[in-house]
Design a protein around this ligand. Structure first.
Ligand code: IMP
Ligand code: MG
Length: 183
């Protein structure tokens, strides 16, 4: 990465911290779901893919992996919290245990929409696992059953999280100080 870009990034979570926490989450989730027939792990495209893959490798229970693609119009656009499904699930989740895996819960608007949408399909259970939680910016209350890290009110990138599609492949999580406004 060129130097002028590195200057704008401040590391919040190291590779080791992330690795350790993901392992802990995998263990906890496996314990909580022990004995169930099958868990459907639903990763939200695209940000949560890196987390979902690593987390799934730490699960010792039987699971299927599926993806749901969304595009949100963001917290500043009107109407608030409108989310469009760009790729639906391939698996039928009726009467299945579902774990929704997100990269970050910020305003909560995206997750709120997804939970409502998935609940209409009558899963046996629905829980949420988010890699990051930014509770300071919540607009709607949403249940987060498993969280990797709580972070302060910053714009973060890496480990799947992007700024204009960049930085997803960083192995750390960093706060991004943007030169220009507008995310
Ligand atoms: P929401 O505000 O909780 O609806 O967050 C919606 C989505 O915005 C998240 O799933 C992320 O894809 C993205 N997002 C929110 N905060 C950040 C951030 O700090 N960095 C990168 N993406 C973010
Ligand atoms: Mg997202």
């Amino acid at each position: 990465m060129p130097d002028e870009e590195a200057n704008q990034l401040e590391i919040l979570l190291t590779r080791e911290q992330i690795y350790q926490r993901v392992a802990e989450l995998g263990e906890k989730i496996s314990k909580d779901y022990s004995g169930i027939e099958e868990l459907i792990v639903v990763a939200v495209l695209r940000g949560s893919v890196y987390f979902a893959v690593d987390l799934s490798r730490r699960l010792s229970i039987p699971f299927s992996l599926d993806f749901i693609g969304i595009s949100s119009y963001g917290a500043t656009s009107y109407p608030l919290g409108i989310v469009r499904i760009t790729k639906d699930l391939d698996i039928n989740i009726v009467q299945k245990h579902v774990l929704l895996v997100e990269d970050i819960v910020d305003t909560g608007l995206t997750l709120n929409y997804l939970i409502k949408n998935l609940k209409t399909r009558n899963p046996k259970s629905l829980r949420v696992c988010s890699f990051l939680d930014l509770p300071g910016r919540r607009i709607v209350e949403v249940p987060v059953d498993y969280r990797g890290f709580e972070i302060p009110d910053l714009f973060v990138v890496g480990y799947g999280l992007d700024f204009q599609e960049r930085y997803r492949n960083l192995e750390v999580v960093a706060a991004l100080k943007k030169n220009r406004s507008g995310t």
